[in-house]
Design a protein around this ligand. Structure first.
Ligand SMILES: NC(=O)c1ccc[n+]([C@@H]2O[C@H](COP(=O)([O-])OP(=O)(O)OC[C@H]3O[C@@H](n4cnc5c(N)ncnc54)[C@H](OP(=O)(O)O)[C@@H]3O)[C@@H](O)[C@H]2O)c1
Length: 335
């Protein structure tokens, strides 16, 4: 039987949680590369909270995925067949091939491996690592001795933020959704403390764990967690607005923080950012992060789910806290 290319197409814009039927898994013939092109087989697909945003037609930083189009997603692929002199069979290419097993490409970013596992390039040495690095250092600007709070602390971005803040000499308090995640970030990633937001009153726990107040909030969650942080800000605090995952599946408008006036009272700054704006500066990130990882100063988790048919199940893990570290879908074997 001829091998086919499986693809997930967006069929309708999800309302609330992503449901079966919002996307459809279809089979098409594997495309043939033309002159100057190559056939790329997807090995890893990055599953990210922002995938839910791309499925919607809310105000966003890229055009939403169009209905009937292949779902967008960051990928690591291997070249299978090439008519492009710049790409040889076996080369690894990072790109945005989307939720499909094969694609024909004209070019791409060839990966110069330096010995790290391929999954590192999809996590700590990839976009989520860069998000942690630039968000914390460029916007949060932590100073040794300050207190940094990070939500979704056991996740892909949050776990790296906390470790960079420790390297910079800060007190780091995480917020995560289980005792096990909290134990993990304290014991294995060196956070000073971690609050299980599903068990404790977060504002009260932050008062206990941040006796000198909060100088930098690396905000991944939004909603009531962000409000609790905003109740404990120091003067001139910085809120690095990286994500607001608590609202991505919301149906209808989301209430604003009830205590937004605290920004005024504490002369604080809230700044949103999107990692794509930092692409011209990625060399700064590799310069620092590659040695930190190689020397074991920054550790990372990857949570790998196998099989393209598992994509929807896997993506939903992000919204129920089912992942620890960077969530990846493995579509085929590593070369
Ligand atoms: N600005 C950018 O350029 C950029 C780039 C990448 C990511 N982001 C943002 O960064 C954040 C983290 O992304 P990630 O890729 O690193 O994902 P992640 O943290 O690995 O996974 C998402 C985590 O969010 C937590 N979560 C889910 N629903 C929540 C809720 N209602 N309240 C509080 N926490 C909740 C869950 O952990 P718990 O078990 O702890 O609840 C889940 O494991 C997201 O908001 C994402 O949109 C932004």
């Amino acid at each position: 039987m001829t091998k086919m290319n499986r693809q997930w197409l967006l069929k309708r814009r999800p309302l609330g949680d992503i449901k079966a039927g919002d996307l459809e898994l279809v089979e098409t013939p594997i495309p043939k590369p033309g002159s100057g092109q190559f056939l790329a087989r997807t090995v890893y697909l990055s599953l990210d909270p922002t995938n839910r945003i791309w499925m919607s037609d809310m105000e966003q930083y890229m055009p939403p995925v169009q209905i009937h189009d292949v779902m967008r997603g960051g990928t690591l692929s291997v070249v299978e067949e090439s008519n492009n002199p710049g790409f040889q069979k076996g080369d690894i290419v990072s790109g945005v091939v989307g939720w499909q097993e094969y694609a024909v490409l004209d070019g791409g970013q060839k990966l110069a491996r330096n010995g790290a596992p391929l999954t590192a390039y999809m996590s700590v040495l990839g976009m989520t690592g860069a998000t942690a690095y630039f968000g914390l250092l460029d916007i949060g600007k932590p100073v040794a001795g300050e207190t940094v709070v990070v939500s979704a602390a056991a996740g892909a971005v949050g776990s790296i933020v906390g470790q960079i803040a420790k390297l910079k000499g800060c007190r780091v308090v995480g917020i995560a959704g289980s005792d096990e995640k909290c134990r993990h970030v304290v014991k294995d990633f060196g956070f000073d403390a971690c609050i299980n937001y599903k068990k404790e009153n977060v504002a009260a726990a932050l008062k206990r764990e941040c006796p000198n107040g909060i100088d930098v909030d690396f905000e991944n969650a939004g909603g009531t967690i962000m409000e609790a942080v905003m109740d404990n800000l120091n003067m001139k605090a910085r809120i690095v607005l990286c994500g607001m995952i608590s609202g991505y599946n919301a149906e209808g408008p989301i209430p604003g923080p009830r205590n937004f006036a605290n920004i005024l009272m504490k002369r604080a700054r809230v700044e949103g950012f999107i990692i794509i704006d930092y692409f011209p500066r990625l060399h700064e990130f590799y310069r620092d992060m590659a040695p930190w990882v190689a020397e074991g100063k920054i550790k990372y988790d990857v949570h790998v789910v196998k099989g393209i048919d598992q994509a929807l199940f896997a993506l939903n893990l992000l919204f129920v806290g089912g992942n620890t570290g960077k969530l990846l879908l493995q579509m085929s074997e590593e070369p």
